[in-house]
Design a protein around this ligand. Structure first.
Ligand SMILES: [Zn+2]
Length: 706
């Protein structure tokens, strides 16, 4: 089970077959086949070569298949240990090689590795299906599940048993053969439709361009946007002109700064009609089919709606719990958005204009109001956020909270020469785990920032296996004799990812598949987002935000402006996000018996909640890729806001003590949240830490909604 997520990730890429001859590798020379001879048994990156992956993956698959065979051919009655634990502990070699292989694919890829992936990915998918669809295996799991009460299992064992059983059931293991066949067909159709939705959207994004040939139509645009538009035109065979596209770095600044109102309207109208142009790339019928099939799948698996099916696995558990979060927020948000709208209308009128603000004006006037009220840009702040100073500040916060010491080590093999290795230790010097930090972009690395594991924490027999965690970023490189200077957002990102890293490092669980960050999507961002609060605290900023040339501590006046600007335009941003979350829930928490007109449905649902005309949902149905291009965030778009409510409330627990480094709270956070992984229900863990259910109050205050 634990490998499912990883395998799905690689199988999402479409591969061609590859018949390249592989060099024979002598087993004793393959570092995956024996203990790594390295400190803390970290992967032996210096010895691992491309030709080692495939033989290790193939052998790993074979080994696990044999281990499963032993479980299923056992003639004795199944027990917890001979079935559930045996399955949990199976596949150790495959796991060992997969961690390295998958991390390398995202952070240090190469043509050679991608070739290997073409061959490995289908093997891994088939292997995973063979386990998930193994009826004999499920039969034994079910037998153990049914006698759970008699087994006197501890809470972690109970959780592992429940999750193992449930993951089979959610994949249809309990259905009769004809329903199973039906489900398989539905899954195949859904996979294709999700792909089609994404491809249509990509084509819509790539097809639409606005060609500008009159220099006056560029009025108001920053130089960088103009030169970007000129380059795009040059590349598209329109030298001397300018092109605006549907890609965010192009259309967003255009809406923010273009003084040409009718062009703004043209661009924004194109944006909000993506997938809705009645052409070959239209997504209306695609999404209707997805919604219908999801409803059928949920019913087949015994759930009333798709939202019931999805949420059953999340922290929220029920659609009602999601609405209990979204509705009160929605009520507060409307008034704030209205104030922002009024501010902008005043400005429009004062400029001597005679029009009412429309949705394509919002971005433009927001920037004007922002400039007038806050006048704060990234470049003013950058000199105070030198990369190394931010890192030192971050390690200081972690030390203040948990007493943990993080020290650089120069004697460990590293996943890439640019990565830095650290040992993470308790205050008494005892070893916790290894942490890699890999800061700068390179061609072999994906965009964005993330945390992952090269080895997760778990226990096997009496051995405590320590974690090896990596954090990967794409921060700007140092230039000339200027060090790497970060934006405040980037500094927050470093805190965020280290929050995920702590979730992996401080894990204290028995079973790997439910340890560390193996928690639902509406819970996993709590440990990371809470760290961003410390990054922005004045007391902490004064420790780490120092001018890189003069050493001057960031002035109070800048800290104040930073705080005020973080609350700016929240009415708009919350309205966009909440209406999209509510739209997602409407689609997935309803039963559709008759024909659906998707745009009419969307419009009715938005009318019902009272969305104002000047704001549209952050994603309209025909381009809501989060929920229709795959089901990762279907009935789950709310989780972003949910996690923010959690992190604001959890951070408030510290603030209420009067000490943001309160040791008791930190100890509780570590004990109940960071150490426990997925071994308990998240809401129970949260309650143990907070002493009560999460309260939205702190989030409302932080965003200025109250
Ligand atoms: Zn995150």
């Amino acid at each position: 089970m634990k490998k499912a997520v990883f395998f799905l990730m690689t199988s999402m890429i479409i591969f061609q077959s590859c018949n390249q001859e592989k060099a024979m590798v002598i087993e004793s020379e393959n570092p995956f086949f024996s203990e790594y001879q390295t400190p803390y048994n970290v992967p032996d990156f210096d010895r691992i070569q491309l030709e080692h992956y495939l033989p290790a993956i193939k052998k790993g698959i074979e080994e696990q298949a044999n281990e499963i065979e032993i479980i299923t051919s056992n003639i004795e009655a199944p027990t917890y240990s001979s079935t559930i634990e045996a399955l949990e502990y199976s596949g150790s070699l495959l796991e060992k090689v997969s961690y390295v292989y998958l991390n390398m694919l995202t952070a240090n890829t190469s043509k050679g590795l991608q070739e290997i992936a073409k061959e490995a990915s289908p093997l891994l998918t088939t292997h995973e299906d063979n386990i998930a669809l193994n009826a004999v295996l499920f039969g034994r799991v079910k037998e153990v599940f049914e006698i759970m009460e008699e087994l006197s299992l501890n809470s972690e064992e109970t959780m592992l048993l429940e999750k193992t059983y449930k993951s089979f059931v959610r994949n249809g293991a309990n259905l009769n053969d004809s329903d199973k066949a039906e489900l398989r067909k539905t899954n195949e159709k859904l996979a294709l439709l999700g792909l089609e939705f994404g491809n249509n959207l990509l084509a819509e994004d790539n097809d639409w361009i606005l060609i500008i040939d009159n220099k006056e139509d560029l009025a108001g645009l920053p130089d960088m946007v103009v030169s970007g538009a000129a380059e795009a035109a040059e590349a598209a065979g329109h030298p001397g002109k300018w092109i605006i596209t549907m890609h965010k770095p192009s259309w967003i600044p255009f809406l923010q700064y273009s003084e040409n109102r009718s062009l703004r309207e043209q661009v924004y109208t194109a944006w909000m009609n993506r997938g809705n142009n009645n052409n070959e790339q239209d997504n209306k019928e695609v999404l209707v089919q997805i919604i219908k099939l999801r409803g059928e799948k949920a019913n087949l698996l015994g759930f009333d709606t798709w939202a019931d099916y999805i949420l059953d696995n999340n922290m929220a558990k029920t659609p009602e719990a999601v609405y209990d979060l979204l509705n009160p927020l929605w009520e507060k948000t409307g008034a704030v958005a209205q104030l922002e709208l009024n501010d902008m209308q005043v400005m429009i009128d004062a400029e001597g204009n005679n029009f009412k603000l429309e949705s394509w004006d919002w971005w433009y006037y927001t920037e004007k109001v922002r400039k007038e009220k806050y006048d704060l840009d990234d470049e003013t702040l950058r000199p105070y956020f030198e990369l190394n100073a931010v890192r030192v500040g971050l390690f200081y916060v972690i030390n203040q909270l948990y007493g943990i010491i993080i020290e650089e080590r120069n004697d460990l093999p590293k996943p890439h020469p640019d990565a830095i290795s650290y040992e993470v230790k308790e205050s008494d010097g005892s070893h916790i785990g290894i942490l890699y930090m890999d800061f700068h972009p390179r061609k072999s690395k994906n965009g964005g920032a993330w945390m992952d594991a090269y080895r997760k924490q778990y226990r096997i027999r009496d051995e405590f296996v320590t974690p090896v965690i990596t954090t990967v970023f794409n921060f700007s490189k140092p230039t000339g004799n200027q060090p790497a200077l970060l934006t405040f957002d980037e500094a927050s990102t470093m805190f965020h990812e280290l929050g995920h890293a702590l979730h992996g490092l401080l894990s204290d669980c028995t079973y790997e598949s439910i340890s560390g960050t193996a928690v639902p999507i509406d819970f996993v961002e709590l440990p990371s987002q809470i760290m961003e609060n410390w990054a922005a605290e004045p007391q902490v900023l004064k420790v780490y935000a120092r001018h890189y040339e003069t050493g001057e501590v960031i002035p109070d006046e800048l800290i104040e402006r930073l705080d005020r600007s973080s609350k700016f335009n929240q009415g708009f941003s919350m309205t966009e996000r909440l209406s999209a979350s509510l739209l997602d829930m409407s689609w997935h928490n309803s039963r559709f018996d008759s024909e659906i007109d998707p745009l009419q449905y969307e419009s009715n649902e938005m009318k019902k909640i009272g969305l104002i005309d000047e704001i549209i949902p952050r994603y309209r149905s025909t381009y809501f890729a989060h929920i229709f291009n795959g089901d990762m965030y279907s009935a789950g778009y709310y989780s972003y806001l949910w996690a923010e409510v959690l992190d604001a409330d959890a951070f408030n627990a510290f603030k209420e003590t009067g000490d943001i480094f309160d040791k008791t709270k930190a100890n509780d956070f570590r004990k109940y949240i960071l150490a426990k992984g997925g071994t308990y229900e998240p809401m129970k863990l949260y309650n143990k830490f907070r002493g009560q259910d999460p309260d939205i109050k702190a989030f409302l205050v932080r965003t200025g909604l109250e």
